[in-house]
Design a protein around this ligand. Structure first.
Ligand code: SF4
Length: 179
C-alpha cells in the first residue's frame, strides 16, 4: 500500500486530515510530563498506559524512535458551544470509531506498529492497575500521544494541520507509528 492510499483510507474512514511524516521529525519534549503529573485528565497513576506506569519519558521517546514513519490524523467534532460537554464526549466516541477502522487496516498490513490515541487506555472499562493486576490485553494497550511526550500542537503544524479548528469545535488526534 502506498502512503497516498493509506492517507486516502484514513479520510474514507472518517479522519478530517491525515499526514505521514518521518518519526525523527516528531517534536518530543520530556518536559510535557509535568502536565501529566498535574493530573488534569484524572488518569495519572490509574492506567497502565499513562504515566508513571507507561514508562519514563526517555524510555517512551526511545521506543517511539524505534519506528520510522508516523501516520498522524485528526478528527474535528462540532459543539453547540464551548460548554457542550456531551458534544465533546460524542466527538471523542466518533474519533475512537475512526481509530478502530484505521487500526484494522494498519494491523492487517504492518506487523509492527505503535498505536496512540486520546487519553488513557480505554480497552477495559476499568484498568487492571486499579486491582494491582497485570494488564489484561498488553497487545491492545494504547497510550496517548501526550504520554509519549509528543508536543501535539507543534506536530500538527508539521503535518499542515490546525491544532484548534475554530470556535465550537473540538479536535482529536491519533497516530500509528510503523517500522
Ligand atoms: S488493556 Fe485494559 S488493563 Fe491493559 S492498559 Fe488497557 S485498560 Fe488497562
Amino acid at each position: 500500500m502506498t502512503e497516498k492510499e493509506l492517507l486516502d483510507l484514513c479520510v474514507k474512514y472518517g479522519a478530517d486530515r491525515a499526514f505521514i511524516l518521518d518519526v525523527d521529525r516528531i517534536p518530543f519534549d520530556e518536559n510535557l510530563r509535568t502536565y501529566c503529573e498535574m493530573n488534569s485528565c484524572g488518569t495519572f497513576g490509574i492506567n497502565y498506559a499513562c504515566p508513571p506506569a507507561v514508562g519514563d519519558a526517555q524510555a517512551v521517546i526511545s521506543e517511539a524512535k524505534s519506528y520510522s514513519k508516523a501516520l498522524i490524523f485528526q478528527t474535528i467534532g462540532n459543539l453547540e458551544d464551548s460548554f457542550d460537554f456531551e458534544g465533546m464526549l460524542r466527538a471523542e466516541r466518533d474519533h475512537e470509531e475512526v481509530c478502530d477502522r484505521i487500526l484494522e487496516e494498519v494491523s492487517s498490513r504492518y506487523p509492527n506498529y505503535l498505536e496512540l490515541r486520546v487519553g488513557g487506555c480505554k480497552v477495559c472499562p476499568d484498568c487492571a492497575i486499579l486491582e494491582d493486576a497485570p494488564c489484561r490485553f498488553p497487545e491492545k494497550k494504547r497510550a496517548s500521544l501526550e504520554a509519549y511526550c509528543m508536543n501535539v500542537a507543534d506536530l500538527a503544524e508539521k503535518c499542515g494541520m490546525q491544532y484548534i479548528n475554530g470556535a465550537n469545535t473540538v479536535t482529536y488526534f491519533g497516530a500509528y507509528l510503523i517500522k
